[in-house]
Design a protein around this ligand. Structure first.
Ligand code: ATP
Ligand code: MG
Length: 331
């Protein structure tokens, strides 16, 4: 039976790339009554130097954000990765069938380690942990943005290697394709990069928790090009096209409709139109997030219950893996 798994890191405020590329897809799957398991992957968030207090705060904030976006913990399993110790145990087992050469080629590792003098081992192993996250639940489908495709490929390879060596255990996890427009929302400061939580420049993203003023200011400063017309051309005009994509999502209008309505505007004035629409779209979500944030007890109870449900499934797989590897001796 199909089962969907996805994860999100509590490294910072959730931005529209996360929302369009991941969370809104999860809501759709939830509404279709899919078997959906979502993890706040906090163990991934310690692969780079971090502040423990901030991480704890981010975990609660992310939980409130996911609920505020419409995820319903009675319909999906929403849990915190570090509460289910089977993730790191399976990661070890999969690490033993991974090669250093294979991991060294992954683009995210290259990007995130580029500016580091001392590269943490965890950053290198990260994609193996991600494979463990998925395989632990025998997920068949993984909705992710474009940045994660190579990691899913690695996960498929590891599943294959494990099944071949130790007997059929894991179903092949497939990526769930997201419509191209939203699979890679660009940074406002550099439209060749994706929008990221961990980008040090806060002006590079639009966060769900940003004030209207901040959103308008950041969009106004968004890097576009020297052509003044508003046209959609992601190849040659990634900056303005990025804004049009987000604007289109926020209003439900087609890209053509938006360009038509902006015929008499230059990109500078168009930015204000887009910003207003985006602010209006986010407002009710923000209000809902704020309400959840006021009830920390409830957030903790959601995570505790989700952790129990996830553990139940994870323990079964881990036991099977241990048996297959000859670790748990049976009499
Ligand atoms: P970090 O910078 O800490 O890696 P991130 O912004 O890349 O943060 P993740 O938690 O790594 O966010 O990813 C969560 C989900 O959001 C993943 O499914 C990922 O593919 C998706 N995602 C992240 N950035 C974008 C983006 N710019 N456009 C579309 N989807 C995105
Ligand atoms: Mg990321």
């Amino acid at each position: 039976p199909p089962r969907v798994f996805s994860g999100i890191q509590p490294t910072g405020s959730i931005h529209l790339g996360n929302y369009l590329g991941a969370i809104s897809q999860w809501i759709k799957l939830q509404d279709q009554n899919e078997d959906l398991i979502l993890s706040i992957v906090d163990l991934h968030s310690i692969t780079l130097p971090h502040d423990p207090k901030k991480l704890s705060r981010n975990i609660l904030e992310l939980t409130a954000t996911l609920l505020g976006c419409g995820l319903d913990p009675s319909k999906v399993i929403l849990f915190q990765q570090s509460m289910v110790s089977a993730h790191t145990e399976l990661c070890w087992c999969l690490g033993c069938i991974s090669t250093m050469a294979r991991l060294a080629h992954l683009p995210q590792y290259k990007e995130k380690s580029a500016n580091l003098k001392n590269i943490p081992l965890g950053l290198f192993v990260y994609p193996v942990l991600q494979a463990a996250d998925i395989l632990l639940y025998k997920a068949t489908h993984v909705p992710v943005g474009e940045d994660q495709l190579q990691h899913i490929q690695l996960c498929q390879e590891l599943a294959k290697i494990f099944n071949n060596r130790f007997g059929q255990t894991f179903p092949m996890p497939h990526t769930l394709k997201i419509s191209n427009e939203y699979s890679r929302i660009k940074s406002l400061r550099d439209p060749l990069k994706k929008m990221s939580k961990s980008d040090p420049d806060e002006k590079s993203r639009i966060c769900l928790t940003d004030t209207p003023d901040t959103i308008v200011r950041n969009i106004k400063k968004a890097v576009t090009d020297f052509t003044s017309e508003v046209t959609f051309d992601p190849e040659n005009r990634p900056g303005v096209s990025n804004l049009i994509s987000i604007h289109s999502f926020a209003t439900g209008k087609t890209v053509e409709q938006i360009c038509k309505e902006a015929e008499h505007l230059d990109t500078g004035r168009y930015k204000f139109v887009a910003a207003d629409a985006i602010v209006a779209y986010i407002k009710p979500i923000q209000e809902s997030i704020a309400q959840y944030l006021d009830d920390k007890g409830y957030l903790l109870s959601v995570l505790a219950e989700g952790g129990e449900k996830a553990s139940e499934i994870a323990e079964v797989t881990l036991k099977e893996v241990h048996n297959k590897l000859g670790l748990r001796v049976k009499y």
